[in-house]
Design a protein around this ligand. Structure first.
Ligand code: 2U9
Length: 348
């Protein structure tokens, strides 16, 4: 290569290289540019390879100039890279710069689910009476869910029609939380004062008042000398706590295999105070079932039914929540519609 051409090419590449490097808008583009002006195929490298063939004095002069141009362009590339990286950091910094003077976006506080509100309220009434909260497995065996509760094998509740059996022989999703009280009695001697809140399952066609999954709070008191009057007194105190001090309780006979006598319990309507209205109809709101624990149930748990007596009750939480909040369709509790749920924000 003619030395003057070599000199011209080096100066052109110096200028072209600086211009291209200066215009590189990203690290990727800069790397491409670097290959273009400093890579093996670049004109400067071409010149570098041909210097060897020039006379001694031309070779030294052009060698110096070539290294000068190479060094200059390499320095340009690194300066440009630092600018681009600095720029990217600045962009990053500005992108997630937090203007601390801005008022924060207040996260929506959300609220407890209405069923949780009611469950906690009911459990709280009994823990303040000295009851302990007991919990247990949601998948139960037939003995704890039925047998121990004096529910005979031919009882409809024991069929696939009513209960959700799992694919383990004799195991099902519990239909009540009563098995928790059975396990409690098996695990300790009287006295027993427990409430057992929790999810329960029944094979049911979901509609406005029935669901496959629902929630209960059951209670059990077993001690010496427990009477039906104690049951009534306890339920009256509970009803007054939940629905107001002048709430009255009405108990009407009913049958359950696990209590004798059994009763349906209604409370006077907290809307019309018993006069009768669109909420209650006749002034009374059916709320729960209860009774004196059947001696067989006590015996099933190894308790001497001659020495100990007890009462028990079962309350559907959905039922209480529907009455308390005027909800006419149980499915609203499980559909997760925020328009429905947000109404409970700040509700104690
Ligand atoms: C033991 C002994 C007895 C609990 C009881 C009821 C009556 C009752 C229903 C209310 C609404 C179920 O959710 S619901 O459909 N329950 O009517 N429950 S007596 O009796 C027991 C429990 C445990 C050891």
């Amino acid at each position: 290569m003619d030395p003057s051409d070599a000199r011209r090419i080096l100066e052109e590449e110096r200028a072209r290289g600086r211009a291209l490097i200066g215009r590189a808008g990203s690290i990727e583009e800069l790397d491409r540019t670097k290959t273009g002006v400093l890579g093996r195929k670049a004109p400067v490298s071409e010149v570098q390879r041909t210097i060897g063939s020039l006379p001694e004095d031309e070779r030294r002069e052009l060698g110096r100039l070539t290294n000068e141009v190479l060094a200059e362009l390499r320095a340009e590339v690194e300066n440009r890279r630092a600018e681009l990286e600095g720029g990217a950091d600045a962009e990053l910094l500005s992108a997630d710069a937090v203007d601390v003077t801005l008022s924060g976006r207040r996260p929506r506080p959300g609220s407890f689910h209405p069923l949780t509100l009611v469950e906690d309220r009911m459990v709280d009434v009994f823990t303040r009476m000295g009851y302990r909260v007991a919990e247990g497995p949601e998948i139960e065996d037939e003995w704890h869910n039925f047998e121990a509760l004096n529910i005979p094998p031919d009882h409809p509740a024991r069929t696939m029609k009513d209960s959700l059996y799992v694919d383990v022989p004799g195991m099902l999703l519990r239909t009540e939380t009563s098995a928790v009280q059975i396990r409690t009695m098996q695990s300790q001697a009287p006295p027993v004062y427990v409430v057992a809140p929790g999810r329960t399952y029944r094979r049911d066609t979901p509609d406005a008042t029935h669901g496959t999954v629902f929630h209960q709070v059951e209670g059990l008191a077993v001690d010496e000398g427990i009477s039906f009057a104690d049951l009534r007194g306890t339920l009256e105190a509970f009803a007054r706590e939940l629905f107001g001090t002048n709430t009255r309780v009405r108990m009407t006979p009913d049958y359950f295999p696990f209590v004798e006598p059994g009763c349906q319990v209604a409370v006077s309507c907290f809307v019309c105070d018993g006069a009768g209205c669109r909420v209650c109809g006749n002034g009374w709101i059916e709320l729960l079932g209860a009774g004196m624990v059947h001696p067989k149930v006590l015996e099933n748990c190894g308790y001497d039914s001659e020495r100990y007596t007890g009462f028990a009750f079962g309350i559907g939480i959905e039922r209480v929540a529907m009455v308390r909040y005027g909800v006419n369709d149980l499915r609203l509790f499980v559909e997760g519609d925020v328009r429905f749920l947000e109404q409970f924000e700040g509700v104690a």
